[in-house]
Design a protein around this ligand. Structure first.
Ligand code: RP5
Length: 168
């Protein structure tokens, strides 16, 4: 097995990122998936530095049982779009905040896909990563009533927390 091979998994969501340095952002996707009890795997897969590994991951994802891919990258953030070109699974893109341009470069790189290859693009940074996890769960909940109930509870708790501190 080489570093471009991906073994068997019981994960239904793949959380991938272009660099170890993206984990500080992408962990927010992983944490909400943990909270909702969604099995997921995490890997560094770089479109530029490990292109063969990226193609192997994306082209084998559906066969390995993954249902949704969350891909985060910063700067010239080609990972989500390139992954979407190698799989028909839904791909959710997270623009990681870059140092030079504060993530505007990442956002535009991810969102401006040519017609025919969709990437669901989230907000820049940690909110985007968290929402990517929630969106992945919403997609999976279309065919999973238990997960649907967990999402309903999550939203109710979030609403209650705001209402509890709404009056200053
Ligand atoms: C992208 O380049 C990664 O997604 C990362 O956000 C950015 C910078 O990578 P490092 O130089 O910090 O590894 O591929």
């Amino acid at each position: 097995m080489t570093k471009s091979d991906f073994g068997p998994t019981d994960a239904v969501v793949g959380v991938i990122m272009g660099s170890r340095n993206d984990w500080e952002t992408m962990r927010h996707a992983s944490e909400i998936l943990d909270e909702l009890g969604v099995k997921h795997e995490k890997h560094v897969v770089s479109a530029h530095r490990t292109p063969a590994r990226m193609v192997a991951y994306a082209s084998g994802a559906a066969e390995r049982g993954l249902k949704v891919i969350i891909a985060g990258a910063g700067g010239a953030a080609h990972l989500p779009g390139m992954v979407a070109s190698e799989t028909n699974l839904p791909v959710i893109g997270v623009p990681v905040q870059s140092r030079a341009l504060q993530g505007l470069d990442s956002l535009l790189s991810i969102v401006q896909m040519p017609g025919g290859i969709p990437v669901a693009t989230m907000a820049i940074g940690t909110s985007g990563a968290r929402n990517a996890g929630i969106l992945a769960a919403r997609i999976l909940a279309l065919s999973d009533d238990t997960l649907r109930a967990k999402l309903d509870l999550f939203v109710r708790k979030q609403t209650d927390a705001v209402l509890d501190s709404a009056d200053l």
